[in-house]
Design a protein around this ligand. Structure first.
Ligand SMILES: Nc1ncnc2c1ncn2[C@@H]1O[C@H](COP(=O)(O)OP(=O)(O)O)[C@@H](O)[C@H]1O
Ligand SMILES: [Mg+2]
Length: 501
């Protein structure tokens, strides 16, 4: 499809940008275009479109005509003088199957046409066997990203709330679960803060490959907790207190091990009680341990085990929606993330992707001592996970609050609608590949539209996320649906009671 003709302007055509006068009104900002040059086929991306008309250039004459009750358009052939200019950023020159940097501009007068979709597939770095996230904006081309490129160096989904982050995360999960063993299947673990992913269990396609772990039933086996980790669980302890508790823990472990028994927090507290520790350090220590006990999280054994959590081609949803206490959630995230990573290093579990909803709560940039617990693990996997096939997907509506270390290690950013200027600025600073124009577009994205930048794609791309196949969990339903359900249920209850009477 021919779109127009390259023009000569003050700035171009140059090797990096050019403009063309539009002859086809189907042209849109965001279209990929091509134009023949001496070097080969120049591929570009329309960054903006402007319309101009000399008749309407001078405000005073327009105003005068309109005042006179006449319209300029009626008195003059104004439409004949309208022209449209599209500005294009050159991505490179396509020759012999590869895209090279453009080193010679296209000539004014050259024809510009819509880029060939079959070429775009390779130019943008899509993979026919990759994860199908949606369609390239303005083109009928599936966006299929390569699994390794997306996961190996981690990714982050950033957007304001309601933009479609969780929906997109569900699409990624669907694609991962649909992979065949011969394609390589990773384990998918979702830290589901709002209970939005439990719908996978009742979806016909994915139910058999999904396990939901209810937050209230999750337990950390104290038996397996090293003194160092216990120390991290109790950041409020002084170093003297930490030494005391270490000694008790080590003694308890040795004794129980020799008897072939397990122990939990009760046993540890009893041991502290009986120990010959000084009374003035014993009492505060017991108080701290008792606050830990009140979380009802420690037991003799881990529940679930990392082996249950991480299985190839399976989804584990850790449903934290029933836990109100943020500290308890952080404990769970910190403990299980750490366990998963160390099991993966020893190759006891398959490569995995750990998806973290509300990740700013678990890897806070301005972390207090207590927040450090989960933050340090998330950052560690972000830094070192690549070598071991341990991947992290950060999902957040507060990119400003998210650990810059973790975010910088996420080499692919999937950005959806954001309107807050601070957030946009922050996203721009964390992402060199984004130019001013793209940053501006972020606030105009609609729900379900995303900008993908970084490792997973050769150039930043705009994507319309595809429709999901999995069921939405009732927790993610819209208010009107929830309200209808509530009324229907109340009505039914009333009818049942009446029938009974
Ligand atoms: N790609 C999409 N296609 C259709 N509907 C979508 C899409 N993305 C999001 N939505 C809808 O928009 C709403 C908000 O999406 P959600 O993923 O919960 O946003 P977030 O997690 O960013 O707060 C939901 O009702 C969801 O169904
Ligand atoms: Mg969400």
């Amino acid at each position: 499809m021919e779109l127009g003709t390259v023009i000569s302007t003050m700035e171009g055509p140059s090797t990096t940008e050019f403009s063309f006068v539009v002859s086809n009104n189907k042209v849109r900002k965001g279209h990929y275009v091509q134009s023949e040059t001496e070097e080969g086929l120049l591929i570009g991306f329309i960054t903006d479109i402007t319309r101009a008309n000399r008749y309407f250039e001078r405000a005073e004459s327009v105003a005068e005509y309109e005042r006179g009750g006449e319209s300029l358009s009626k008195s003059f052939p104004t439409t004949d003088w309208e022209y449209i200019i599209a500005n294009v950023r050159a991505l490179g020159v396509y020759k012999d199957g590869i895209l090279m940097r453009s080193t010679f501009p296209t000539a004014p007068g050259s024809k510009v046409s819509l880029a060939d979709e079959s070429l775009l597939n390779g130019i943008l770095g899509f993979d026919d066997k990759g994860l199908k996230l949606g369609e390239l904006e303005h083109h009928k081309l599936d966006v299929k990203v390569n699994l390794n490129r997306l996961l190996q160096k981690h990714f982050a989904i950033l957007a304001m709330s309601g933009a479609g982050k969780s929906y997109l995360a569900s699409i990624i999960i669907e694609e991962l679960l649909e992979r065949k063993p011969e394609q390589g299947r990773v384990a998918v673990i979702m830290l589901d803060v709002h209970g939005e992913y439990t719908g996978f269990k009742s979806s016909p396609e994915y139910g058999a490959n999904t396990t939901i772990f209810e937050g209230r039933k999750i337990r950390i086996g104290l038996n397996k907790v090293s003194p160092q980790i216990l120390g991290e669980f109790l950041p409020q302890l002084s170093s003297a207190q930490k030494r005391d508790i270490d000694n008790v823990l080590i003694g308890l472990r040795q004794e129980k091990k020799s008897k072939g028994e397990l122990f939990d927090l009760e046993d540890l507290m009893e041991r502290v009680e009986k120990s010959n520790m000084k009374e003035n350090s014993k009492a505060p220590l017991l108080a701290t341990l008792s606050s830990l006990r009140s979380m009802r999280i420690f037991s003799k054994n881990d529940n679930p085990s990392v082996y249950e959590l991480a299985q190839p081609g399976r989804l584990s949803v850790i449903d934290l929606s029933n836990i109100d206490n943020l500290r308890k959630k952080q404990l769970i995230v910190a403990y299980f993330a750490r366990k998963l990573f160390s099991a993966r290093k020893k190759e006891r579990i398959p490569p995995f992707i750990l998806l973290i909803e509300e990740s700013h709560n678990f890897a806070k940039e301005k972390a207090s001592k207590q927040d450090m617990l989960s933050k340090s693990v998330v950052e560690k996997i972000a830094r070192e996970g690549r070598k071991f096939g341990a991947s992290i997907g950060l999902i957040s509506q507060r990119p400003v609050q998210l650990s810059t270390t973790a975010l910088a290690q996420a080499n692919t950013h999937i950005i959806m609608r954001v309107t807050n200027p601070y957030d946009i600025k922050h996203i721009g600073e964390g992402c060199e590949a984004l130019d001013e124009n793209m940053l501006k577009s972020i606030s105009t994205l609609r729900v379900g539209e995303a900008l993908i930048v970084g490792e997973a794609v050769n150039f930043p791309i705009f994507v319309k996320i595809r429709k999901r196949k999995s069921k939405k969990s009732s927790k993610g339903e819209d208010i009107d649906t929830l309200a209808k359900k509530f009324e229907e249920l109340s009505k039914k209850k009333k009818e049942d009671v009446e029938a009974f009477i």
